[in-house]
Design a protein around this ligand. Structure first.
Ligand SMILES: Cc1ncc(COP(=O)(O)O)c(C=O)c1O
Ligand SMILES: N[C@@H](CCCC[NH3+])C(=O)O
Length: 385
């Protein structure tokens, strides 16, 4: 809940902008690290969720590693204080220039997603005279019960190496002298709220680990990815996700020797709740069906999730106190999918009211675009207000 003084101060900034609660970020990151530490688990921040420099610098300063999916992400991670030896690099389509850059940095591991990618990493590593540490990303065919666009571990998805290809891959590895298969990697999707899905993942991880060990591989590290979901409906009830319950599922389900390092790649659960998108009501009008529409100065260019996944974010009228009315909340972009909410009850909206769109710290600013030549949204931090 923002105080009246803070709300007044928000008026000094040009909307739309992202407001980050740095105290909540601190509590969230500390809680995740504390709960992971109980089991000796190692955390890597999936920076695709939010690559703001201040946020990254803070997370790096807490001692987390980074999970990157492009050469530029690896570069930004290093610039913001993440140690190369704590960086994992996934991505289904890595370019040669990106692989070469990451090889030169001496990152912890490439999460490798296909047979052909292994061949390319090996060749590039040979040219550089180095050996690349590689974790094979296995597609375990698990339904994570989330939106189909953010499901990544089903057989039909483009991610990971399928069981069909595994034997081929293993047969070929003897010829690849410049890669060391030291790990196995899994990531089955995002915004997963059914913890039973992670229990199923553990069973698949155990089976894969046993299979690779029996094949003669020395697997020192297992990376189970990220995916823990957050509460978009009533965010104030769960400002910090239940990391204790999440890690306990793995502690109970994983059956690996104590010497094997267990890694996680958490994105959304670390940064979603600390961010909100602040926007101003521009106009209200009535549709041909008689519905009240409010047009706000944020749009799918600042927060794409509702247009892309029909996802719902809680919205608060920060400045209006009138009687409630039901609104369709639309953005400014020339796309009919640019709608943040339908039939949403809010204190009567007037031109100039400030709205807060909650749980926007993950995959918000990071997915912003300049469509319609909009400016990219600025970031404002709670401790600077
Ligand atoms: C390979 C990989 N690791 C980690 C993540 C982070 O996921 P989340 O933000 O759901 O924790 C993603 C995104 O889904 C991913 O693709
Ligand atoms: N961008 C998605 C999550 C994708 C995660 C990356 N694999 C979201 O906004 O929910």
């Amino acid at each position: 809940m923002l105080s009246r003084e803070v709300k007044e101060r928000l008026r000094e900034y040009e909307t739309p902008f992202y407001l980050y609660d740095m105290e909540l970020l601190r509590r969230t990151v500390e809680c995740a690290l504390r709960e992971a530490d109980r089991y000796g688990y190692r955390l890597h921040y999936a920076m695709k969720a939010n690559n703001d420099r201040r946020i990254m610098e803070f997370i790096a300063s807490c001692g987390m590693g980074a999970d990157c999916v492009s050469g530029n992400e690896v570069r930004r991670a290093i610039e913001t204080g993440f140690a190369p030896k704590d960086i994992v690099y996934a991505g289904v389509g890595k370019k040669d220039s990106e692989i070469i850059y990451a090889l030169r940095q001496g990152i912890f591991a490439f999460n490798c997603e296909s047979k052909n990618e292994l061949v390319v990493i090996d060749a590039l590593a040979r040219e550089l005279g180095v050996v690349a540490d590689v974790a094979l990303r296995i597609n375990p065919d698990i339904d994570p019960h989330t939106h189909s666009y953010i499901t990544t571990g089903l057989s039909e998805n483009k991610f990971g190496i399928s069981p069909r290809e595994i034997t081929d891959v293993v047969g070929m590895l003897g010829d690849l002298r410049n890669i060391d298969i030291m790990g196995l990697h899994f990531h089955i999707g995002s915004q997963i709220t059914d913890l039973g899905v992670f229990a199923e993942l553990c069973r698949k991880v155990n089976a894969s680990y046993r299979w690779f060990t029996e094949e003669g591989f020395r697997i020192t590290d297992v990376n189970v990815g990220g995916g823990l979901g957050v509460d978009y409906d009533v965010p104030e009830m769960h400002p910090v996700p239940d990391f204790a319950a999440y890690f306990a599922v793995f502690a109970q389900g994983l059956d690996l020797p104590a010497s094997v390092g267990v890694h996680f790649e958490l994105g959304r659960s670390l940064v979603a709740q600390c961010g909100e998108l602040i926007s101003t009501v521009l106009f209200t009008k009535v549709s041909g069906l008689g519905d009240d529409i409010a047009l706000i100065d944020a749009s799918m260019t600042e927060l794409l999730r509702p247009a892309l996944y029909h996802s719902r974010h809680a919205i608060e009228n920060l400045t209006g106190t009138g009687p409630e009315r039901a609104y369709t909340i639309g953005g400014t972009v020339c796309e009919s999918s640019d709608i943040f909410a339908r039939d949403l009850s809010l204190p009567e909206l007037r031109r100039g009211d400030l709205l807060s769109i909650k749980t926007a710290g993950a995959y918000g600013a990071a997915m912003a675009s300049r469509y319609n030549l909009h400016d990219l949204p600025q970031a404002v931090f709670s401790d600077e207000l």
